[in-house]
Design a binder for this molecule. Structure first.
Ligand SMILES: [Zn+2]
Length: 91
């Protein structure tokens, strides 16, 4: 999907930017953007943010390995569970 490609590219750029960024406030903004993109793409946030947390612990806490619904912020243990839940929002 085209939108997902754009998000993935931005996610990659932001993750790299976060690794070299030195200003804490700017790091937080980038980390927040990464978090939003992860949620939009249904990626396991903690996996992608390994780089971010290694640089500085400014990332909002996320339960290990969780998949978070962008609609209502509920977390799930698997992508399958999240997708099943997401169908409830499409009615
Ligand atoms: Zn939901």
């Amino acid at each position: 999907m085209r939108l997902d490609d754009e998000r993935r590219n931005r996610l990659e750029r932001n993750t790299k930017a976060l690794a070299v960024e030195t200003d804490a406030r700017r790091q937080y903004d980038i980390a927040f953007q990464i978090l939003s993109d992860c949620r939009a793409l249904h990626l396991p946030v903690t996996q992608v943010l390994t780089v971010a947390t290694a640089v500085q612990p400014v990332v909002p806490p996320v339960p290990s390995g969780s998949f978070i619904c962008p609609e209502c912020n509920r977390s799930f243990n698997s992508h399958h569970a999240l997708c099943g839940h997401m169908s409830a929002h499409r009615k």
